[in-house]
Design a protein around this ligand. Structure first.
Ligand SMILES: [Cu+2]
Length: 292
């Protein structure tokens, strides 16, 4: 039997793997969010996403090369075809190659990774500060400059449905276990600093769309910052096992356009003035965020 050309077999295996990956990604209804990291809505999450994709593609290419070479060697150079194991104990050339190439790849990946980390750690000039305190099992939000503060707990409907024989089936509750009574309201396109701590045990404040999470540690204040580019509702959860009701302390952000946010702040600081403001057509509507 004529021996197949090794290069052709490697190329065929690699092409099959690439085609299978492409078919998976092009499957109807596949948006990339099902198995991939999501893009998020902040500059940090965008940077993290592109870093993740860069590293993922480097890994895919390395994987294809390594596994193709491995399977080709196993199949084409098997003992039954008359091949014998290579006989050598040391090759300085091979050792230099397999040391230098991975080091170069790691350096290439470390540059954007370090840049992303520095961007996340070093807050720019921020325009407002929110202090976040984790409790068993709820979050407290304090708007440092505006003097607003409230506690955000699991919404009553989810809280009722999670109990045995509550009469409310969980599947009938919208955003079951992902809804709160009072969401954290934030302005879009504003640089916001967060001071994150806890009152009892370690919690972790995590909203995936922001692109980071921070531990909330009693006695320590961790810092983070964000600038959310799109108004909307974003959900997250405590990400550090913190006790019995760890699964029942979700996080909800309502991100408003700046003018609506300013109206919301005014309403929180001065609830009586709201009826007057609401009567004025010049003010944007903030009715959705009235005191519960
Ligand atoms: Cu927790």
């Amino acid at each position: 039997m004529k021996k197949p050309n090794t290069f052709i077999v490697v190329a065929a295996v690699a092409a099959a793997v690439i085609a299978a990956t492409w078919l998976l990604l092009a499957a109807p209804g596949y948006t990339g969010n099902e198995i991939n990291m999501t893009r998020g809505v902040t500059s940090q999450s965008t940077i993290n996403y592109s870093l993740h994709m860069t590293v993922l593609w480097i890994c895919i290419v390395i994987g294809i090369i390594v596994f193709s070479a491995m399977f080709v060697s196993i199949v084409l150079h098997r003992k039954s075809r008359g091949y014998n194991p290579a006989q050598f104990t040391h090759s300085t050339k091979a050792e230099i190659i397999w040391t230098v190439i991975p080091v170069l790849i790691l350096v290439v990946m470390a540059v954007p990774a370090t840049r992303a980390l520095v961007n996340m750690e070093v807050a720019p000039e921020t325009e407002m500060t929110v202090k976040i305190t984790g409790f068993q099992w709820r979050w407290k939000y304090e708007y440092v400059e505006d003097g607003i503060s409230f506690i955000s707990s699991l919404d009553p409907e989810s809280n009722a449905a999670r109990r045995l024989a509550s009469g409310t089936p969980p599947e009938e509750v919208d955003n079951y276990l992902l809804e709160v009574d009072k969401p954290l309201v934030l302005p879009a396109n504003t640089k916001i600093k967060f001071l994150i701590t806890a009152d009892d045990v370690i919690h972790s404040w995590w909203v995936p769309a922001l692109g980071w999470k921070r531990d909330a540690v009693p006695g320590y204040i961790n810092e983070a910052w964000t600038e959310i580019m799109e108004p909307g509702i974003y959900r997250g959860q405590c990400a550090e096992l913190c006790g019995r009701d760890h699964g029942f302390m979700p996080i909800v952000l309502h991100v408003l356009p700046r003018a609506e946010y300013d109206a919301w702040v005014l309403e929180q600081q001065n609830p009586e003035s709201v009826s007057r403001l609401a009567a004025s057509p010049a003010r944007p509507s903030a009715t959705a965020y009235e005191n519960e």
